[in-house]
Design a protein around this ligand. Structure first.
Ligand SMILES: Nc1ncnc2c1ncn2[C@@H]1O[C@H](COP(=O)(O)OP(=O)(O)OP(=O)(O)O)[C@@H](O)[C@H]1O
Length: 307
């Protein structure tokens, strides 16, 4: 097996008294699209910045693209493309002018050619004369992506690249990510969207600075060990009232006219739901546990640990 693109161990970062990243270990294979998930403020951006060589960790070690994250941060920065949550452009410059400006900043050679190739690769060629300020959210995202792949990085770190972008533009963006990964680029991407998590080869879930789940979507769902049933019928809201807080019931979520009921103790959950169904004249059927169910459970567990 080849060396992983990212291999970090026990990464720790403190801001003042607070430990924001707490002994996070992570491995990402070359060419993999790794998802990075977790609630707001859980430490995703900080972990990404530690791995990009932008922040010095207080503890831990590791290699990114074969370079030591403690002593070779310059080399890492040169070979990584980092798309921040709040990327910015000159709104009164065109797409092409913005990319030329970035190429200039990095003192790239053969600047005109590089910009032209990037415009073509990222599907921006026909819009190259358009002012960046007049682009829709999806095209702005694409321009940001173009700016961070122009120097041909071997690893892309994308921090919530599609926040606030419509579903079609998100899908196009992800098609682009898969195309880049198929060409050998490794991608680490943070997101709050479940459909995007499902498009990653593997996911890593971080909560309050600690990595709490890792693996393929199937592995993460299986490892969570949750049981899920669906309640249908006329009286689902009455059933929901009776189920809330009852033995074995950890989550209840209405989906249209049905209720999604999830619990860790499968036997207790089924017993409770069967009783409530009999009382309310509703029907119960087994259902697949979704990634969203697992994440809601993990968030709840983390809150319990904090209190
Ligand atoms: N430079 C800093 N100084 C002090 N605290 C910071 C600093 N940067 C981040 N934090 C805090 O560290 C915690 C983790 O922040 P981080 O941005 O890494 O989380 P995140 O998972 O990326 O969140 P989100 O999903 O909202 O982007 C937050 O509570 C944040 O306020």
């Amino acid at each position: 097996m080849s060396t992983p693109a990212i291999e970090v161990s026990e990464l720790t970062k403190r801001f003042g008294e607070r430990t924001v990243v707490d002994r996070v270990s992570l491995s990402v294979a070359k060419g993999e699209i790794a998802g990075f998930l977790g609630p707001n403020g859980s430490g995703k951006t900080t972990t990404i910045r530690l791995m990009c060589g932008l922040l010095q960790p207080d503890g831990g070690s590791g290699r990114v693209l074969g370079h030591d994250i403690l002593t070779e941060r310059g080399a890492i920065k040169r070979e990584v493309g980092y798309m921040t949550q709040k990327f910015s452009f000159y709104e009164d410059l065109t797409i092409e002018e913005n990319l030329s400006f970035v190429a200039g900043l990095y003192q790239m050679r053969r600047r005109r050619e590089v910009v032209r190739d990037t415009l073509k690769d990222l599907g921006l060629w026909t819009r190259r004369g358009q002012l960046a300020g007049s682009l829709s959210g999806g095209w702005k995202q694409r321009l940001a992506l173009a700016a961070c792949v122009m120097h041909k990085p071997r690893l892309l770190m994308l921090d919530e690249p599609t926040a606030g972008v419509d579903p079609k533009a998100r899908r196009d963006f992800w098609d682009e990510i898969h195309r880049l990964a198929a060409d050998g680029l490794t991608v680490l991407v943070s997101t709050h969207y479940m459909d995007e998590a499902e498009r990653c080869h593997r996911i890593n879930y971080i909560s309050y600075g600690t990595l709490v789940a890792q693996g393929t979507v199937e592995e993460v769902v299986r490892d969570a060990g949750l049981t899920t049933v669906v309640v249908t019928g006329e009286a689902t809201s009455e059933a929901a009232n009776k189920l809330r807080g009852a033995e074995g019931v950890d989550q209840i979520a209405p989906f249209g006219n049905t209720l999604h009921v999830v619990g860790r103790d499968g036997e207790a959950l089924r017993r409770t739901v069967a009783r409530v169904a009999a009382e309310t004249g509703t029907q119960v059927a087994d259902a697949e546990t979704s990634l969203e169910d697992v994440f809601i459970q993990l968030m709840g567990d983390a809150r319990d640990n904090m209190s």
